[in-house]
Design a protein around this ligand. Structure first.
Ligand code: FAD
Length: 466
């Protein structure tokens, strides 16, 4: 039996079943115990390869677990699935300060990697509120974005090389550590954003940067969306590329995260239509703050905001970020909400949000609530919706309201959270038939028995009839 073979391979504590399995939670978006055959905890790449060889031969479906923080049911299992957890492959392997690279095992939490880089005076810029749990492998598999994409890019731009085990157990070693390597296809890009469907990432070489010496942070408030859209290029120009974050909150979201029981303090009045959290990172203590405040002065004279607070201490900076990052309040305070992560051109956002709000009010009543916030500098909005009578079966209707208008403006149903199970019915709104057909051919080539994360991104039946 497969579970016995896995025990022989990984030892008794390497294979969890029964109560030990039930003590786990599936993910942030599925807080229930996983329904699965077993959970295995390999310690090495060779063990991952041996597990996948067995699974490939037995046509055994496999779901990879990182930190479980995905928001699209990407790690949901069926009773037939085997979970491969990377929790015992969580070390930072090496930091190369001269070449500014860091090698980590895929199960290493993002925060551990950030701290290891900082210990060498370096900086791993990917950052998101789930940093304590989200793993490097999970961030690669989801091509995570977060709050500094504007300056440093998404995970794809930060991975120099990786090692992965393919569905048949072949170890794909592609641990490139150079910025430039155009020797043939760059296969790491197949794995980045593949949501555990093309291989199991076991290690990665990440790109580091000099650690910033200064963080200049401010919260700005304004009533017109035109002020928001004009502010972004002005700050990018005046700050000479130092602008790392440009995070927007519509009024409802700011009110939610600055009103008890939320712990955020309303640093600015709660009456403005929009709030923008901006942050510039730099390397010169005296000069950077002066330049930052000069840029804000310029924006004030151009009438691009109506009120502002500049962080004067590390604590004030954390307080401003708490207002933006405390999205948990939505689910804490409202039972059954639907969340969306869309991207669209910045110029189309105001009308899009207004149209979505009206459609939600029309279909779900005037009491419906709609919180909008996100990484506006990257063209990425998060939208969370709640209504008094909302039922799980309303999900499809709500998704149609949020997603349908994106096609006309060239937007995407998934800016950074991936597809998982949650958005697969809407994949074709953001990808052409040729793109989807090519994705299927890649999947069939690399995982001919469809054992890796079956049913995610694509339906299994569709896979057998490409
Ligand atoms: C509070 C909060 C804030 C967040 N903010 C952001 C944000 O700003 N930006 C953003 O992009 N995301 C954000 N997320 C989503 C989430 O943190 C990211 O998607 C993250 O990259 C998931 O990492 P994980 O280790 O938890 O992966 P998991 O949830 O464990 O897995 C995600 C997917 O990756 C696969 N996978 C995991 N590890 C591997 C591996 N080693 N090899 C192959 N496949 C693997 C899984 O099978 C699954 O399909 C947020 C989530 C929360 C809860």
């Amino acid at each position: 039996m497969l579970v016995d073979e896995l025990r022989a391979l990984l030892g008794v504590d390497g294979v969890l079943t029964g109560g030990a399995l039930q003590a786990r939670a599936t993910s942030w978006s599925d807080p229930t115990p996983p329904d699965a055959l077993a959970l295995v905890r390999p310690r090495t790449t060779d063990e991952v390869a041996a597990v996948l060889r067995l699974c490939h031969a037995a046509r055994q479906p496999v779901v990879v677990y990182g930190g479980g923080t995905n928001l699209v049911h990407a790690t949901r299992t069926t009773p037939r699935d085997l979970i491969v957890s990377l929790e015992r492959m969580a070390s930072v392997v090496a930091v190369d300060a001269q070449n500014q690279t860091l090698t980590a095992q895929a199960g290493a939490p993002l925060q551990r990697v950030q701290e290891a880089a900082a210990a060498h005076g370096l900086f791993f810029p990917l950052d998101l509120a789930a940093r304590g749990s989200a793993t490097i492998g999970g961030c690669i598999a989801m091509n995570a974005g977060g709050v500094r994409v504007l300056r440093y890019g998404m995970m794809r731009e930060l991975v120099l090389g990786l090692e992965a085990v393919l569905a048949d157990g072949v170890v794909l070693t592609a641990l490139n550590a150079m910025l430039k390597n155009n020797a043939g296809y760059d296969l790491k890009h197949l794995l980045i954003g593949s949501e555990g469907t093309l291989g199991v990432v076991t290690q990665a070489v990440l790109r580091l940067f000099p650690a910033p010496r200064t963080y200049a942070t401010a919260l700005l408030a304004m009533d017109e969306f035109a002020q928001v859209t004009a502010l972004l290029p002005l700050l990018q120009r005046d700050l000479g590329g130092a602008l790392a974050s440009f995070e927007v909150m519509w009024n409802d979201y700011y009110r939610l995260t600055t009103t008890p029981p939320a712990l955020g303090k309303p640093s600015l009045g709660q009456e403005y239509a929009y709030y923008v959290l901006v942050e510039a990172l730099g390397g010169h203590e005296r000069f950077d703050q002066v330049r930052f405040e000069a840029a804000l002065d310029h924006a004030a004279h151009a009438g691009l905001f109506d009120d502002a607070v500049v962080a004067r201490s590390h604590q004030q900076r954390s307080e401003l970020w708490r207002i933006r990052e405390d999205s948990e309040q939505i689910e804490r305070q409202h039972h059954l909400t639907f969340g969306y992560d869309v991207s669209l051109p910045i110029g189309a956002m105001e009308e899009y949000v207004a149209d979505v709000r009206s459609a939600i009010a029309l279909h779900f009543g005037a009491d419906a609530r709609c919180w909008v916030y996100g990484h506006l500098g990257d063209g990425n909005l998060h939208i969370n919706v709640w209504a008094p009578q909302l039922q799980p079966q309303d999900g499809d209707r709500m998704a149609q309201i949020v997603y349908r208008p994106l096609t006309a403006v060239g937007g995407s149903v998934s800016a950074e959270h991936g597809i998982g199970l949650e958005k697969k019915a809407f994949l074709s709104l953001s990808r052409t038939p040729a793109e989807i057909a090519t994705m299927r051919r890649l999947k069939a080539a690399l995982d001919p028995h469809h054992i890796l994360n079956p049913g995610k991104i694509f339906d299994q039946e569709e896979m057998s009839h490409p």
